[in-house]
Ligand binder design. Structure first.
Ligand SMILES: [Zn+2]
Ligand SMILES: [Zn+2]
Length: 342
């Protein structure tokens, strides 16, 4: 089978690999129909994660059909499924609380040892899924594989941001970053009662994409002139974005930082945050916890995740997909991995 292997900075190769197998009673092997390239994949692609294992099979957003399954998950065989990007056991105390990212077994598909142990990713024709009873969701019949695909990562992340942002009914939400997560967070914010969504991004192309979804799109330095927002979603993951979020939040406002942060300094105006009595939350999207709600949003048409797709490419063109995404010429790339209808 063919899988996308990272060879070095800006070098991915579609390689012939052994077909993955079931090893444990909760493993499932998926024949992947659709897989996506995520902004998170750009960090190893650009060589920004020094310890990232060369030879890793990339990809943590995928949907497909269960081809083979261990004894405890045998009922999934033949089912159309979507995978959560994050892997968790489902049985420990953290998982029992619904805090899957805090699970001792937590890891990400195709992400080397950045989060947990290394497991192969899904930008491939087949992939093994551990804890399949927890990590996989069955695709609702009404949803195509493409519609279900993002519920395993970017849409779940956008939803988690909107859910935790304390959005007042009819209120204004500011979103910093008009990448896929920012756009989907804006859609979810609207579905959860926001009347106005203002999205800030320095890229003109991204602002155009945001306007196409009915959002007000501004440059970051213009955000303040739109007034303060009771809820701010920070979907970039940089010190500058966090600082802007704090400056944008209204008194007693809530900020949800959903972009991945790595800074060990405090990059925000804490005096301002204190004077305005702000709430600042960090959140990691958790598909396993929010699947029912997110499936419902898609099924009822309140959120159309396919609207953010700019490119659909055969798996054979994965290298071009990475190049387009790296150069910001693509908003979201979906790889068509096998011919199964969905
Ligand atoms: Zn991702
Ligand atoms: Zn667990």
């Amino acid at each position: 089978m063919r899988g996308t292997v990272l060879r070095g900075p800006r070098e991915v190769e579609l390689c012939d690999l052994p077909v993955p197998r079931v090893h444990g009673p909760r493993d499932a092997v998926i024949r992947v129909t659709a897989s996506a390239i995520c902004g998170t994949d750009l960090h190893p692609y650009r060589g920004e994660l020094p310890g990232f294992g060369v030879g890793t099979v990339l990809g943590h957003e995928f949907a497909g059909v269960v081809e083979d399954a261990g004894d405890e998950v045998a009922h999934l065989t033949g089912r159309r499924v979507v995978a959560s990007d994050l892997v968790a056991c489902g049985r420990c105390r953290m998982c029992q609380r619904g805090w899957h990212y805090q699970c001792p077994e937590v890891t990400l598909f195709g992400y080397s040892t950045v989060v947990g142990r290394s497991i192969d990713g899904g930008q491939a024709e087949y992939v093994t899924v551990p804890f399949a009873d927890v990590v996989l969701a069955e695709c609702p019949d009404e949803l195509t594989d493409e519609q279900a695909l993002f519920t395993g990562d970017v849409l779940a992340t956008g939803y988690t941001a909107a859910e935790r942002a304390e959005i007042p009914l009819g209120g204004t939400v500011a979103v910093i970053g008009a990448g896929t997560v920012g756009l989907l967070a804006g859609m979810c914010a609207r579905a959860r009662g926001a009347a106005t969504v203002v999205i800030a991004d320095p890229s003109a192309a991204r602002r155009t994409a945001a306007e196409a979804q009915g959002f007000i799109a501004v440059r970051p330095e213009q955000l303040a002139s739109h007034g303060s927002a009771q809820s701010v979603i920070e979907a970039v993951g940089s010190d500058d974005a966090l600082r802007l979020a704090v400056e944008t939040a209204a008194p007693r406002g809530t900020i949800v930082a959903i972009g991945a942060h790595h800074s060990d300094a405090a990059p925000l105006n804490s005096g301002h945050a204190f004077a305005r009595e702000l709430t600042l939350r960090f959140a990691v999207g958790d598909p396993i916890a929010v699947w029912p709600e997110v499936f419902a949003l898609v099924r009822t048409g309140r959120v159309d995740p396919a609207a953010v797709i700019s490119h659909r490419l055969p798996l054979a063109e994965v290298g071009r997909g990475y190049e387009l995404f790296d150069r910001r010429e693509a908003t979201k790339v979906v790889l068509l991995c096998s011919d199964v209808a969905g």
